[in-house]
Design a protein around this ligand. Structure first.
Ligand code: AMP
Length: 191
């Protein structure tokens, strides 16, 4: 399985976010999952890569050249792909993956997640999207997404596009037992 992980670059966040990332990274390494991520060395990105490498797992980074020029790329991740733009990087995250996971993060993580959800709604991306709700960080996001449906900006069926889980131990199961998404989702993308 090849799984893309979106997550924070910040180093100043609560320890619980690092602990959850560490647990997930250990599970992914043990399950021999090919992980794709943003290529960073700091925050949850750095933790994810460090723990996967320490445990003999596989990880690939995709990072824009301008971030590499300011030395943001993780030095120990040998499989590193460099893109010209943020847009190209985001498109590559979704190529040939079996699912994606959003850990806690800021606007970078949120916009990557929202692009994936938007493409899924249009049937252009059909894979599982799992959101790890460590420390209830994503409770407001869950409320907002459900509000999109209750106010008819989206359809009830769109609630199947993502799944929130509370613990890192639940992520793999959620990825493997995810409802199949219809490539013809475009036909109910609009209310
Ligand atoms: P955020 O969740 O806002 O911290 O953003 C994480 C995403 O922002 C990453 O996937 C990158 O797109 C980008 N990013 C921000 N800061 C860094 C960094 N120091 N190194 C690598 N990527 C970063």
């Amino acid at each position: 399985m090849r799984i893309c992980v979106y997550c924070a670059s910040s180093t100043k966040i609560d320890k619980s976010f690092f602990d959850a990332t560490e647990k997930l990274a250990m599970e992914f390494a043990a399950a021999n999952i090919d992980v794709v991520y943003g290529g960073g060395a700091t925050g949850l990105m750095g933790k994810l890569a460090d723990v996967i490498l320490e445990n003999g797992g596989k990880i690939k980074g995709i990072i824009p050249k301008f971030m590499n020029e300011v030395e943001w790329a993780h030095k120990s991740v040998s499989d590193m792909e460099f893109t010209e733009t943020m847009h190209e990087r985001k498109a590559k995250f979704l190529e040939d993956i079996d699912g994606l996971v959003a850990l806690a993060g800021g606007t970078g993580t949120l916009e990557e997640l929202f692009e994936a959800i938007t493409l899924k709604r249009l049937g252009k991306f059909t894979k599982p999207i799992v959101i790890l709700n460590t420390k209830n960080y994503y409770d407001p996001l869950k409320v907002m997404l459900e509000r999109c449906v209750s106010e008819n900006f989206m359809d009830e069926r769109h609630l199947d596009m993502w799944k929130f889980v509370e613990k890192p131990e639940e992520v793999l199961d959620a990825l493997t037992n995810f409802p199949i998404w219809d490539e013809n989702a475009i036909h109910f993308a609009r209310k």
